[in-house]
Design a protein around this ligand. Structure first.
Ligand code: S3P
Length: 171
């Protein structure tokens, strides 16, 4: 079927864009990221959209960006960490090969820390993280064709594990 060769989902900071770019290189296809699409279309950073118009507005932009990218893109597609919250987006993902990149809480805090560019983790990152994952883990699992853990692995190792999990090779 048409659509991306591979879609990456998972929480913020797990390495979707780093691994996504490596996967695109390995498969010799393009890389696309719905967060980048939104920033380019809006001419503003995501943190600004959250502050100016709120999360609900951002989620509407994200839903549209996911639907468009799934139709247009033939390479590796990374989705923002909260894209799976939307039931319609989850349904759109059903026919596609989706890799859920996972990590545990300590790894998450180490990687995202007090990163102000990530509005959802700006205050008390460990607690926020736990709450986010409680709400989302089952949604990531629901859309995933394969789950690849990133704990203690280099981006190259994660890339190889994702290719192995989906048995993907250069076309
Ligand atoms: C979000 C994750 C971010 C971005 C926004 C909201 C989330 O994307 O879409 O800050 O709700 O988890 P990344 O997962 O690419 O950081």
């Amino acid at each position: 079927m048409s659509g991306p060769r591979l879609v990456l989902v998972g929480p913020m900071g797990v390495g979707k864009s780093t691994v996504g770019r490596l996967l695109a290189e390995r498969l010799d296809v393009g890389y696309r990221d719905t967060d980048d699409d939104i920033v380019a279309a809006e001419g503003r950073e995501i943190s600004e959209i959250f502050v100016d118009e709120g999360e609900e507005h951002f989620r509407a932009l994200e839903k549209a960006a996911v639907a468009t990218a799934l139709t247009e893109h033939r390479g590796v597609l990374a989705l923002g960490g909260g894209a799976v919250l939307d039931a319609d987006s989850r349904a759109l993902l059903a026919p596609h090969p989706v890799v859920y990149l996972s990590m545990d809480v300590e790894e998450a805090v180490r990687r995202t820390g007090l990163n102000v560019a990530r509005p959802l983790l700006a205050v008390n990152p460990r607690k926020q993280w736990r709450e986010l994952m409680e709400a989302r883990r089952h949604l990531y699992e629901e859309v995933a064709t394969a789950v690849v853990t990133t704990d203690g692995r280099t981006p190259e190792e994660v890339t190889q594990a994702a290719l192995d999990a989906l048995e993907l090779k250069k076309a």
